[in-house]
Design a protein around this ligand. Sequence first.
Ligand code: RIB
Length: 301
Amino acid sequence: MRKGVVVIGSSNLDITARVKRLPRPGETIGGGHLLTANGGKGANQAVAAARMGADVLLLTCLGRDASGETLSHSLAAEGIDTSKIKFSSTPTGTALIFVDDNAENCIAVAPGSNMDLMPEDVDTISANLKEAAYMLIQMEIPMPTVLRAAQMADSLGARVILNPAPMGPVSKELISHLWLITPNETEAEKLTGITIESENDARLAAEALFAEGVENVIITMGSNGSLVATRERIEFVPARPVKALDTTGAGDCYNGALVAALSEGKDLFEAAKVATLASSIAVTRLGAQTSAPYKNEIESL
Ligand code: RIB
């Protein structure tokens, strides 16, 4: 049985300042606390999946600099297969993040080496895609690479999961290769034109995405839970109430835990429940990768 997970996507060094409130344009805010940690949507999802017990290979592009070296060592220390990581002469991607006392954040990304992950780089992992059960990808790398990865994974029999973040245009061709799409409510609105303020709005958006040709849909709505939809069954999974400290990377944790549970053989509804628990833990901790829980923490819940 195919079991492994391939994650393709970005890696960043996250430089976070925890501040009382988010600064306004032109304003300087003092009294912040600094956290420097590993991030990037692709790497965050790979780490979350690995901590949940999945067998993960990550295809990403790092710079040949100190950040690139640190990131690659920590990914390997997580048990992730880093053998296909590409290195380029562009500086490693960096994200500048503010997190306030209400756990709200704002993020500016200088993508750097992430933009050097080219469609032809996907060819280097064709043997891995041939054996993988799932390929998980986001949109923080060039879109031609995202499309090439989806085409190749689909043709080699790996189920393709797209987390459409950060949101940008998603072509019909890309949609045709997806087994699952996992937008949050604002991404779902951009994809469908439906404003999502209720469970029913999310249902309508899922149906609109089915009409576009996606096989399965999960719309995440933060502390309001998530809508999990196959063509035969739609279920609402409530969030686990917690006091959030930092929501950076919570969506990445959800996607990583989800794919790990799927690769273990859980169905979409069971896997979504596991992912909901994992992200409920992640938001109570600081940082993106630093906050992803381990499988035993979910089991003890
Ligand atoms: O989703 C959170 C991530 O977005 C951060 O880790 C940051 O690097 C940006 O990519």
